[in-house]
Design a binder for this molecule. Structure first.
Ligand code: CTP
Length: 219
């Protein structure tokens, strides 16, 4: 019987509020992250989902932690990471957040408006600083130079595995029920998964991670 692991999986978008009625976000729906949690459970592992705002129903038997902003997500991951074997960062995390939050609705004027943004923390890099000894899996949603950008994120964020997808491809963008991905690892390999339902892509990724761990263990 193959070994069972605990997965911490992030999913969905983050929202960076400007005032009580406006935020900066992205079109992520969380489908890939939720499919990964479902696939992990179906294969007998345990999974916790840390999810940004989505309309999805969490899979049964998955613990769910709801977050809104990149800052919340970072805190939720760092608080829990040491209880898990594997982190999969499938969430589409905002890289910038408004420098200040205006507690009352901002009223318009005829003048243009300049919004000052500041960087959010890179969560995968923050996890790296904690001494987490498990497996770190990132995602890279790209519009161009897929392999080049994915490999530079793999190295820069010190990941074991990165799952890259070309979001301009029909059926592989935000919100689709299908995906086509290329999986790269720090062992210099590449696996291309052609267009399939996200459920099947997720099952492949979970198997790939488990095999990656198994092939590193001495017999
Ligand atoms: N990520 C993260 N913390 C952030 C931004 C992204 O941990 N503040 C994670 C994502 O969840 C994903 C990986 O890093 O697993 C790559 O995210 P992506 O948005 O593709 O890349 P960025 O590092 O944000 O770089 P860029 O936006 O310039 O492509």
């Amino acid at each position: 019987m193959s070994k069972k692991y605990s997965f911490l999986i992030t999913a969905g978008p983050t929202r960076e509020f400007i005032d009580p009625v406006r935020f900066i976000s992205n079109p992520s729906t969380g489908k890939m992250g939720y499919a990964l949690a479902q696939a992990a459970i179906e294969k007998g592992h345990c999974a916790t989902l840390i999810s940004g705002p989505t309309s999805l129903t969490p899979p049964e038997c998955v613990e769910i932690v709801k977050i809104i902003s990149a800052r919340d997500l970072c805190k939720a991951v760092l608080e829990r990471i040491h209880d898990y074997d594997i982190l999969i960062m499938a969430a589409a995390v905002a890289d910038y957040t408004p420098k200040s939050f205006t507690p009352k609705k901002i009223k318009k004027s005829d003048a243009d408006m300049l919004l000052e943004l500041e960087r959010t923390a890179d969560i995968l890099k923050e996890v790296g600083k904690t001494g987490f000894s498990g497996i770190k899996v990132g995602f890279a949603a790209e519009t161009d130079h897929l392999e080049q950008y994915a490999l530079s994120k793999l190295k820069d964020k010190r990941l074991h595995i990165i799952v890259a997808n070309d979001i301009t491809r029909q059926g592989a963008g935000f919100g689709a029920d299908t995906n086509a991905v290329s999986i790269f690892s720090d062992r210099n390999d590449r696996n291309d998964i052609h267009l399939k339902p996200k459920r099947e892509v997720a099952a492949y990724i979970i198997d790939y991670i488990v095999e990656y761990i198994a092939s590193a263990r001495p017999n």
